[in-house]
Ligand binder design. Structure first.
Ligand code: 3HC
Ligand code: NAI
Length: 698
């Protein structure tokens, strides 16, 4: 239940925010806090007030689920202002994370005591497309200084208790019981005759600030992950705190907040927040399914992926054994792993001890037998079915009973791989994205025989290594790459119609994508797709679309690694348009009779988006993806799709499915069968249904 309760500890009142699991400030909590402050002030036996949270959090801030229904009184800002006006000193006892409105409550208190274990104190509102709207942009710069406050509010990144003490955000850090510590602190205040200390009463002198501080900050946010609005408004709100009284700064904060709240970018980011939390919800895997324990990990292949995957586990403290076929490849891979850890030490990201621990956790070998004790074995060898089958048959012979056998294949049929073993229930796909130690996304490919507890174990270990894992059924390319196929095909078609590689990338990057498709292919290696097209022959039409790209690969232009691909790359590795490549597309486009209408930026974006989403809808209809939001989570975490655009499925839902179907049919009339509308979209458009209601519930 959402509430705040008041208890007394002698002459100190303790108000506890209660709303499991993270004390989001729902209406009942706000009301409880307001009532608690009033009651404590009315009680003559009370000399000071401590505010704390129940369980592991002080508070994670405003209840984001309430954003959709609209706020009910009392408003958070009003409650905090009322608390700050308390005639008795109010001390926050930060027992755990304090984020957003949670930290704003703490800023409304007159003093702050934190447990040393509190690792997340911050104002992350910008990450969900808004700004701290309960006085945070006004109080934070007054308390810790404008520059530090700007950094925290614009990045949204939290700091830990020790750092918070250094910047003056908290007055005392305690190791023991933080509520006891805050009560003791409050009694010291009373004994010293110190009363309330409202932050809002202070003023910031503009002359104390570096020149151009705000302009420089504005110049740094051109591609902020929250999109073009939120970070800009965060800066303006902090700027409004300078030289003004609290009330007028607060009014400006309110206006800037209202410009963001409920608007498309903010709604998209909030949707993405919940979508990411929904992916772990698998209908037939409930709490009754106990994951197997994973203490040690084996990895086959020390190439690009094997080394990245090894790092992901080592970084999370797990022992890893890497196996290769030859000593040279093994040494090379092991060196890459050690070098990456060393460079993290050199850059100060981890301590020397931690670096040594991680390196000490790495073992290597040339014989599969060294994996006999591994609880999880991930295969990351060449993408070849015969080889993978051979390896899984061998693993079957050496792995211990109950070990989970995973393949990092990016395209191959996991059921066939599983059939090479006598324990298909223990086999699944764990599709990491490159670089595997950095990218958050992981696709789990659930085979038809995969046991529930095997999948649950993979999901649990993924969380431990900080990945966002999404379940996919078996199909070519799974969810992410199957959609990319459709998207890249459209890109090829548009280049034959007259758009240059740079036209395509610039259009999509201006729209918000981290990287356009041509730059992406150059980075991943054009030869990768080429080899896949050699192995799985595409349709005749698709082969025609890829004629130029295949010719580019055959010229030895494999992308960045060979210094040239769709673009040329100078010593600075910056892409440069290449007239030779543009001429090749123009010539082939003319020969195929396609070069008659060069698509403009808006059409480029629309066609890419609709191809992605149309394929996504088909994937959802086939049950390969459980929900549309799972698909979006894949795009946001693995393909550089901007969070403030929500994802391809969110985009078409926002457009309105009837309009989407009409547009797709328009493209079908112009371009033919590759634009066949996904039946699910047609059904939903006809019934007025929504993608959010398709797929599984819960
Ligand atoms: N509102 C509503 N629900 C929230 C929430 C919030 N602010 N924060 C977390 N939750 C929910 C999650 O949806 C999840 O629900 P589920 O169990 O039903 O899926 C549950 O709490 C636990 O959350 P996580 O699974 O994310 O748990 P973690 O321990 O991994 O992370 C966290 C905890 C760091 C608090 C993370 O949830 C988080 O970052 N939350 C959002 C924090 C935030 O953005 N706060 C600002 C809110 S806006 C605001 O305060 C506006 C103000 O300025 C006016
Ligand atoms: P890679 O060519 O860089 O590495 C493969 C490694 O496997 C080589 O070092 C090779 O010596 C080793 N190897 C071959 N046979 C072996 C055997 N029998 N035992 C042990 N080691 C063996 O390839 P990469 O890019 O790392 O890909 C590996 C797998 O990951 C492939 O299935 C690929 O499709 C998949 N994948 C690749 C991604 C990428 O971006 N490169 C992304 C996601 C998945």
């Amino acid at each position: 239940m959402a509430t705040a309760t008041l208890t007394k500890s002698g002459d100190v009142a303790v108000i506890r925010l209660e709303h499991a699991p993270v004390n989001a400030l729902a209406q009942g909590v706000r009301q409880g806090l307001k009532d608690g402050i009033a009651a404590a002030n009315a009680d003559p036996t009370i000399k000071a007030i401590v505010v704390t949270g129940e369980g592991r959090a002080f508070s994670a801030g405003a209840d984001i689920t309430e954003f959709r229904s609209g706020p009910k009184p009392p408003g958070l800002g009003e409650v905090i202002d009322g608390m700050e006006a308390s005639g008795k000193p109010v001390v926050a006892a930060l027992n755990g994370l304090a984020l957003g409105g949670g930290l704003e409550v703490a800023l409304g208190c007159h003093y702050r005591v934190a447990t040393k274990a509190a690792s997340q104190l911050g104002l992350p509102e910008v990450k969900i497309g808004i700004l701290p709207g309960a006085g945070g942009t006004q109080r934070m710069p007054r308390l810790i200084g404008v520059e530090a406050a700007l950094d925290m509010i614009v990045s949204g990144n939290p700091i830990n208790a020790e750092k918070a003490a250094k910047v003056g955000l908290v007055d005392r850090v305690v190791e023991g019981d933080v509520v006891e510590g805050a009560i003791a602190f409050a009694r010291e205040l009373v004994a010293a005759g110190k009363g309330p200390r409202p932050i809002s009463a202070t003023r910031i002198d503009p002359a104390s600030l570096p020149k151009d501080l705000f302009d420089n900050k504005r110049a740094s946010i051109a591609r902020h992950p929250s999109g073009p609005m939120a970070a800009k408004n965060c800066i303006a709100a902090v700027e409004a705190a300078v030289g003004s009284d609290y009330k007028s700064g607060l009014a400006r904060e309110r206006d800037l907040f209202l410009e963001l709240a409920g608007k498309p970018y903010a709604r998209a980011l909030q949707y993405a927040f919940f979508a990411e939390r929904q992916v772990a919800n698998i209908p037939d895997i409930g709490k009754d399914v106990t994951p197997r324990e994973i203490k040690t990990v084996g990895i086959l292949g020390a190439g690009t992926m094997g080394t990245g995957i090894a790092l992901a586990f080592l970084n999370a403290g797990l022992p890893v054994t890497v196996v290769e076929t030859n000593q040279g490849a093994l040494d090379h891979g092991a060196k890459r792993i050690r070098d990456t850890i060393d460079s993290n030490v050199k850059r100060g990201r981890i301590t020397e001890d931690e670096g040594a621990r991680r390196i000490g956790n790495l073992a290597t070998g040339l014989d599969l037998k060294v994996l006999t004790n591994a609880d999880l074995i991930i295969e990351a060898v060449f993408e070849n079915m015969a080889l993978k089958k051979e390896i899984f048959a061998k693993l079957d012979a050496v792995a211990k009973p109950g070990a989970i056998l995973a393949s990092n294949t990016s395209t191959l049929d996991v059921d066939q791989i599983a059939a090479a073993t006598k324990r298909p229930q223990d086999v699944l796909g764990m599709h990491f994205f490159s670089p595997a130690n950095i990218m958050r996304l992981l696709e789990f490919v659930r085979g038809k025989a995969t046991a529930k507890d095997a999948l649950a174990s993979a999901m649990a270990i993924a969380r431990r290594i900080g990945k966002v894992g999404v379940v996919s059924g078996v199909c070519f390319g799974f969810i992410g790459n199957r959609m990319v196929e459709a998207y890249l095909e459209e890109v090829q078609a548009m280049m034959l119609e007259g758009a240059t590689p740079a036209d395509i990338d610039n259009a999509l990057e201006s729209w918000g994508l981290a990287m356009g498709p041509n730059a992406m292919m150059d980075m991943a290696g054009l030869d990768v797709g080429y080899r896949i097209r050699q192995e799985h022959k595409p349709s005749e039409e698709r082969a025609r679309f890829y004629r130029v790209t295949d010719a580019i690969v055959e010229m030895g232009r494999h992308g960045q690694k060979t210094g040239a691909g769709m673009y040329s790359y100078g010593a600075d590795r910056k892409r440069q348009s290449d007239p030779q490549i543009e001429a090749m597309f123009a010539k082939e486009g003319a020969a195929q009779g396609r070069a008659n209408r060069k698509p403009e930026a808006e059409e480029i974006v629309e066609r890419c988006l609709l191809r992605l989403a149309n394929e996504g809808a088909q994937i959802l209809d086939e049950g390969i993806a459980l929900r549309a939001s799972d698909i979006d989570t894949i795009y946001l975490n693995g393909y550089g799709f901007p969070g403030w655009r929500g994802g391809p499925m969110w985009q078409i839902e926002e457009m309105g499915l009837a309009k989407v179907v009409e547009k797709i049919k328009g493209y079908e009339a112009r371009h033919g069968a590759r634009w066949n509308v996904a039946p699910l979209l047609e059904r939903l458009a006809a019934s007025g249904g929504k993608l959010a209601d398709a797929g599984v519930k819960g």
